[in-house]
Design a protein around this ligand. Structure first.
Ligand SMILES: NC(=O)c1ccc[n+]([C@@H]2O[C@H](COP(=O)([O-])OP(=O)(O)OC[C@H]3O[C@@H](n4cnc5c(N)ncnc54)[C@H](OP(=O)(O)O)[C@@H]3O)[C@@H](O)[C@H]2O)c1
Length: 213
């Protein structure tokens, strides 16, 4: 597939490289494409550009920007370039205030997630929450002694979630579909839980697994 990745941080870089590794075509975008020079040097098959260039290029998009800037990044990408496409949303609504005893602070609340806000503003896009509650280093083909970790996803479009499930298969994850966009109220705070061992004990190498009988 043609993948457009919006973002220039660690998550965008890792996921963009992962898509290339798995045979997809990639354009990664930033407000300042010069930030992507190192990524381009390390990923000769990939393209770089603006948010709008990445969004135009992609048949499926990945949103991996600072949570408080997510809506602005999508506006720069252009609502018309998102319409009808799956948008994998890796963002977390982390507030600027520091963590409290290792617990991140969010600018959203338990009755309204970031992804619901984005879905409301960009109604033509098919948002799918994924990759928000694991560290960038473990996003692509992670290896854990306990087997495949679980990626919790949600979103309103079954077709978009099917596409994301196929990508998660390639990237070495099992997928747990938690339902519609409202489930992001529960999935986004998994990031808070995931980060607590990191902030309190400098442990950043874990992932969640859903056990079933
Ligand atoms: N780091 C992790 O391991 C991890 C794991 C899971 C989920 N996440 C989530 O994934 C997202 C990306 O995390 P990250 O650590 O890779 O990067 P980040 O530092 O959180 O975000 C960097 C990106 O945000 C964009 N940005 C910042 N301010 C902006 C503004 N005013 N308008 C438009 N865009 C703006 C930057 O755009 P430019 O390129 O134009 O500068 C850049 O692409 C975050 O929401 C984070 O919570 C992170």
């Amino acid at each position: 597939m043609k993948i457009g990745v919006l973002g220039s941080g660690g998550v965008a870089n890792v996921l963009a490289s992962g898509f290339l590794k798995h045979g997809h075509q990639v354009t990664i975008g930033s407000r300042t494409p010069d930030k992507l020079v190192d990524w381009a040097a390390q990923n000769p098959g990939g393209n770089t550009g603006t948010f709008a260039a990445a969004a135009t290029f992609g048949e499926l998009l990945v949103l991996a920007v600072k949570g408080s800037a997510a809506a602005e990044a999508l506006r720069l990408a252009g609502a018309e370039n998102l319409a009808g496409k799956a948008v994998v949303d890796a963002c977390n609504p982390i507030a600027d205030a520091p963590p409290d005893h290792g617990v991140l602070r969010f600018f959203t609340n338990l009755d309204e997630s970031l992804m619901e806000r984005l879905q409301r503003e960009f109604a033509g896009a098919h948002f799918v929450k994924a990759f928000n509650s694991v560290g960038a280093a473990s996003m692509v083909n992670p290896r854990f002694a306990g087997g495949k970790p679980t990626m919790f996803i949600c979103g309103n479009s079954e077709a978009a979630k099917k596409q994301v499930g196929e990508i998660l298969d390639q990237f070495g994850w099992e997928t747990a579909d938690m339902g519609g966009v409202e489930a992001a109220r529960a999935i986004e705070p998994l990031c808070m839980l995931w980060c607590i061992p990191g902030f309190t004990r400098n442990e950043w190498t874990h992932a969640f697994k859903l056990l079933k009988r």
